[in-house]
Design a protein around this ligand. Structure first.
Ligand SMILES: Nc1ncnc2c1ncn2[C@@H]1O[C@H](COP(=O)(O)OP(=O)(O)OP(=O)(O)O)[C@@H](O)[C@H]1O
Ligand SMILES: [Mg+2]
Length: 246
């Protein structure tokens, strides 16, 4: 095996035995998973399975235990939320959490709060995001509160991209959006991924999510019960019955 191949097989984020408790409630019960660089990995599962809790743990927003949390070769178990963002692990805020009384541009600029590079570099990235989301560019000086639900979700993604992530975490970006907008969001995630960004997606929209996923894990009451390529899980009988109404 040549050294490049070996490099490509290293996970970018490696999670071992992650546990989260809310008081006496064990929400995540010692799960292990990997995010491979440049891939879309998805965590699917029913209501209350522990999906959001897993993301909150990765973002440093809930107390957790793990035997390992390695991100780009670094132990991130003790990093604070802003340090995780600065290191490149960035969670997209909920669409409705855009700052409605700020303009679209101001929301995007806020995404760069942990960056220490030049204003010029940040302005260039903002232009890049406007190319990705022409609709946001049109609304540049308008209040975020006047955007539609789908546009606010795009803005939330754009704001996360302004932090220059190497891994993007998303918690149900399709929630509450019309099917046609959902398609748009998933297409956007694919095109962001094609620029080399690693994506970790949490979804209840199992069919659509598996379609765009290189790899997926199924979470049930705090445990990973199944994993495989998106394609293999789409064809799996258990998944068909439990999540795809088959
Ligand atoms: N702040 C909290 N305090 C106590 N229990 C919580 C808290 N947040 C979540 N839980 C519980 O932890 C478990 C996992 O919740 P979590 O929100 O992670 O699930 P989820 O898979 O994201 O569900 P959903 O699909 O509804 O978003 C559930 O039993 C939930 O009731
Ligand atoms: Mg959730």
């Amino acid at each position: 095996m040549n050294p490049n191949t070996e490099q490509a097989l290293q996970p970018q984020l490696s999670v071992r035995d992650l546990e989260v408790h809310y008081g006496p409630v064990k929400a995540v019960k010692g799960i292990s998973f990997d995010l491979m660089p440049g891939r879309i990995t998805t965590l699917v599962g029913a209501n209350g399975a522990g999906k959001s809790t897993t993301l909150l743990a990765l973002s440093g927003l809930v107390k957790k235990q793990a035997t390992a949390l390695q991100f780009n070769g670094r132990d991130i178990r003790n990093l604070k939320p802003h340090q995780l963002v600065a290191s490149g692990l960035v969670q997209v805020a909920e669409g409705r959490a855009t700052l409605t009384r700020l303009t679209v541009r101001e929301n995007l600029q806020l995404g760069a709060y942990t960056r220490k590079d030049s204003a010029a570099a940040q302005a260039a990235d903002l232009e890049h995001i406007y190319q990705l989301f022409p609709r946001l560019k049109e609304r540049d000086g308008g209040l975020a509160g006047n955007l539609s639900g789908g546009e606010q979700q795009m803005l939330a993604i754009g704001r996360a991209l302004m932090a220059k992530p190497s891994v993007l975490l998303l918690d149900e970006p399709s929630m509450g959006l019309a099917p046609i907008i959902v398609q748009d969001i998933f297409r956007t995630l694919q095109s962001i991924n094609q620029t080399g960004l690693t994506i970790f997606l949490v979804e209840q929209n199992v069919r659509q999510a598996l379609k765009i996923s290189d790899y997926a894990y199924v979470l049930e009451t705090g445990n990973i019960v199944l994993e495989g390529s998106g394609r293999s899980l789409l064809g799996n009988d258990k998944i068909q019955q439990a999540y795809l109404g088959g």
